[in-house]
Design a binder for this molecule. Structure first.
Ligand code: SF4
Length: 272
């Protein structure tokens, strides 16, 4: 049996293939791509900032090149409170031209209507909450502020579908989805976790406290059930709420124990 290749190996292959492919857009360094985006879109460009490590690194790079660049923070209403505080604090310290995109609905309303976010997206696309809490508010914010292009902190190693997408579309492309017609630039799409950490330490970048506080590897909505291991994460971040969540999802308490190896709070309380 062929040994399974690591994501880093796959990423290196994609980068190599894109370099040698005449029809592809080629491979740009992060700074070059930001320069290119600014040159093409100028004031109609914004950085998408989630408060996570990757987009904070990209934001710093973009501000170094153009301090007036617009920045959009999508506040889904179920961000970790620490993330919102971090974004507000850094915005002030870095003098960021911040635009906050907020949804007209709530995570709970969307889940009641369309169900909770699911893990496997094969044949289903993004969960409804991603559309209602992120994409639609982003679309409105872009329209209101005359923005036609976005810079993201997306990295291909974080998800296999991002690798495939990058191989097909390159580092920048036009997106036409959910009425959101815009250019998207991904300057650090090829960065490994080591490259990201190196940049953070070189520039002394601030890091959202949730990573350390909750031992997280991703930022995002705290009640998200749309990724592997969400139960283990919620057992650390919101242990009491996890049971309620399972109840809302119609899942069993025993299942909770097997998946998290954490005793349900009701059981512990009864024993005390
Ligand atoms: S991160 Fe999760 S909870 Fe937040 S919008 Fe996306 S799927 Fe929904």
């Amino acid at each position: 049996m062929k040994p399974r290749r690591s994501q880093a190996q796959e990423l290196a292959d994609i980068r190599k293939a894109m370099r040698g492919c005449a029809s592809a857009t080629g491979v740009f360094s992060a700074k070059k791509l930001i320069h290119l985006a600014l040159g093409r879109h100028d004031r109609k460009l914004a950085v998408s900032w989630s408060g996570g490590r990757c987009s904070t690194a990209v934001l710093r790079m973009a501000l170094d090149i153009e301090p007036e660049v617009k920045v959009i923070f999508g506040d889904t209403g179920v961000e970790y409170p620490e993330t919102v505080q971090f974004v507000m604090r850094i915005s002030q310290e870095w003098n960021v031209h911040l635009i906050i995109a907020k949804p007209d609905t709530t995570f709970w309303e969307v889940c009641k209507k369309y169900g909770f976010p699911y893990q496997s997206r094969v044949g289903k696309g993004k969960p409804a909450c991603c559309r209602w809490l992120k994409e639609y508010p982003l679309r409105s914010a872009m329209r209101e502020n005359g923005i036609e292009a976005g810079i993201t902190g997306m990295r291909a190693v974080e998800a296999r579908n991002r690798m495939w997408w990058t191989e097909q579309n390159g580092q920048f492309y036009f997106v036409k989805k959910y009425g959101l017609n815009c250019w998207r630039y991904n300057p650090i799409i090829f960065w490994s976790s080591i490259e990201l950490a190196r940049f953070e330490s070189l520039r002394g970048l601030p890091i959202n406290p949730i990573y350390k506080k909750y031992k997280l590897i991703r930022s995002g909505c705290w009640p998200c059930t749309g990724y592997k291991d969400w139960e283990r994460v919620m057992a650390r971040t919101h242990p009491k709420f996890l049971l309620k969540m399972k109840e809302l999802m119609g899942q069993r308490v025993l299942d909770h124990y097997y998946r998290t190896q954490v005793e349900p709070p009701c059981h512990t309380e009864r024993m005390a």
